[in-house]
Design a protein around this ligand. Structure first.
Ligand code: SF4
Ligand code: MG
Length: 330
């Protein structure tokens, strides 16, 4: 069952009179109720902008985001917007930057409770905060302290408690573990997984590295330069990556067995990501793709379902164009 339908979503930023940064340039995908959808790509590929536009923190330049069948970007009354704000919450990469240093943890967590008027008395408010602290593995005493008194992992727990306070159904987690020590990362991932089970949450989990989303995601979308390159179930994507960019990302994940590491095939991608102000014509990946064909400079690859639930935007899998590729291989 679909919770969100993202349809040809665009977010452009006008830089000056003549140039526009096409951060997100027409991406479409669904997010199902109760799943974790991992969104992956190098920095600058537009994944954070996509997350924020889906949350309505940015106004969309084009396209649509349907939440339970309702376009969140269509004009809404204040009351309706408040409802969306409650349903959709965000967890940030750097919880410290997003926690007000002058507020106690208790007040930080209670902010949404106050805004949405979810309790009637001070005691109810305190009970609710204490319950949330416990849920994320902190205790009541922590509520009276300030953000700087906590470690990175604890701050992320505070950020999670704050997001949960208004009882959302959908959470965008923007690189929630990237800034944490490796030993802490698994704890936060496990906490997120437990909360998902207990509360039936749906996650959009953003990361720059495929190994980070592997264990938490049901499905994964790979973004490149404002476009979606590939979407598949987690298992499928790792077992049989189709897009050359995904293949490169996967072959860059270190394998602990030195024998496998030595003998495996690697797809190496050279050069830097081109500017999203002036993206390459045709396929945006063509300037770095080891398999690029003539058609790749001329025609934008369509996003096609190569096999069930496995989508890819690459001419190698499009019958209309892959003759060229096969001819070259012969
Ligand atoms: Fe490479 Fe062409 Fe496929 Fe783009 S469409 S990924 S350039 S083969
Ligand atoms: Mg980012």
């Amino acid at each position: 069952e679909k919770l969100l339908e993202i349809k040809a979503l665009k977010k452009h930023f006008k830089l000056d009179r003549t140039s526009t940064l096409k951060a997100v340039d027409g991406i479409s995908f669904d997010i199902y109720k109760g799943e974790t959808f991992g969104l992956v790509g190098e920095s600058g590929c537009g994944k954070s902008t996509a997350g924020r536009t889906i949350m309505r923190l940015y106004e969309a330049t084009g396209g649509e985001v349907d939440f339970n069948g309702d376009n969140v970007h269509a004009k809404k009354s204040k009351k309706e917007l408040k409802k969306f704000n409650r349903e959709m919450q965000m967890i940030f990469q750097d919880p410290y930057a997003s926690l007000n240093p002058r507020m106690t943890v208790k007040d930080i967590i209670a902010e949404g409770i106050d805004i949405h008027g979810l309790v009637n008395t001070k005691q109810e408010r305190l009970d609710r905060v204490n319950e949330l602290l416990k849920t994320v593995g902190l205790n009541e005493d922590h509520g009276n302290r300030y953000p700087h008194e906590f470690s990175g992992g604890q701050r992320q727990r505070i950020g999670i408690a704050r997001a949960l306070a208004v009882d959302p159904s959908f959470i965008v987690a923007d690189e929630p573990i990237s800034a944490l020590d490796v030993s802490i990362q698994a704890q936060v991932v496990n906490l997120l997984k437990r909360l998902q089970k207990e509360r039936g949450l749906t996650y959009l989990f953003i990361a720059h590295d495929l190994s980070m989303v592997k264990h938490i995601s049901d499905r994964v979308g790979v973004m490149y330069l404002g476009n979606m390159a590939e979407i598949a179930t987690s298992d499928d994507l790792y077992a049989e990556p189709l897009h050359p960019y995904t293949q490169a990302l996967i072959s860059a994940i270190p394998i602990s067995d030195p024998e496998v590491e030595r003998t495996r095939e690697r797809i190496i991608v050279e050069g830097d990501v081109p500017s999203p102000v002036n993206p390459p014509s045709g396929c945006r990946f063509r300037t770095r793709c080891p398999f690029a064909m003539d058609v790749c400079a001329k025609v934008v690859p369509e996003f096609l379902e190569h096999k069930k639930d496995h989508w890819v935007a690459c001419h190698l899998y499009d019958e209309r164009y892959n003759d060229e590729h096969q001819a070259r291989q012969r």
